[in-house]
Design a protein around this ligand. Structure first.
Ligand code: PCA
Length: 195
């Protein structure tokens, strides 16, 4: 099993992105899976190109993308939407509101076993929610671009997106990252078992 695990670097509101720390702290192997870890620039055009290149070169069984959202709990994203949302400039100063792929479908669904992932997180008493809106910024953009690339290139890769919450200010950052790493390990273990 080959798993592509991505996170994002900083962007204007978030100088230290916990999804980057999780990707950098994740092992290269877990169970029987090889984990290909990549931190994407939070730049629409760069991240979109990079995710397509990684998918085509690695042809992974699974692509699990991580990003950070608002304070709260971890979010399993069900849906990528074909649009930006005027969510402010990316890390290069570019804002986008246009369709991500003008001829593409309005939405793509995640193709990960979200029910199994939810059950495993619950069993480990890890808080999470299921979300059908990945936002209108670079995370949704990359989620959509990944699903679109998988369809266009006829890849068998299963693909989904998980938003981590912002690091809580009342806890040491290292403890928060440890918790996020544990949650992502639980998710990857489910992906590893999935047929
Ligand atoms: N979060 C942003 C983009 C990069 C990240 O980690 C988002 O939710 O779109």
């Amino acid at each position: 099993m080959n798993i592509l695990l991505t996170g994002f670097g900083p962007f204007p509101r978030v100088p230290r992105n916990p999804s980057q720390a999780v990707v950098e702290g994740f092992p290269d192997w877990l169970g029987g899976a090889v984990i290909h870890r990549h931190v994407l620039e939070t730049v629409y055009a760069v991240a979109e190109r990079e995710i397509e290149r990684l998918l085509c070169e690695l042809r992974p069984d699974v692509c699990l993308c991580l990003g950070v959202a608002l304070p709260g709990v971890l979010r399993l994203e069900t849906t990528a939407r074909n649009r930006g949302d005027n969510a402010g400039p990316d890390h290069s100063g570019v804002a986008r509101t246009d369709a991500i792929a003008p001829a593409g479908p309005e939405t793509y669904a995640a193709t990960l076993p979200l029910d199994d992932i939810a059950a495993a997180l619950r069993a480990q008493e890890i808080d999470f929610s299921v979300s059908d809106d990945a936002g209108g910024y670079v995370c949704n953009h990359v989620f959509y671009a990944a699903r679109h690339a998988i369809e266009r290139h006829g890849l068998a890769t299963r693909c989904g997106f998980v938003h981590l919450p912002e690091v809580r200010p009342d806890r040491p950052e290292a403890a928060e990252i440890e918790d996020f790493l544990r949650a992502v390990r639980v998710i990857v273990e489910v992906l590893n078992r999935a047929p």
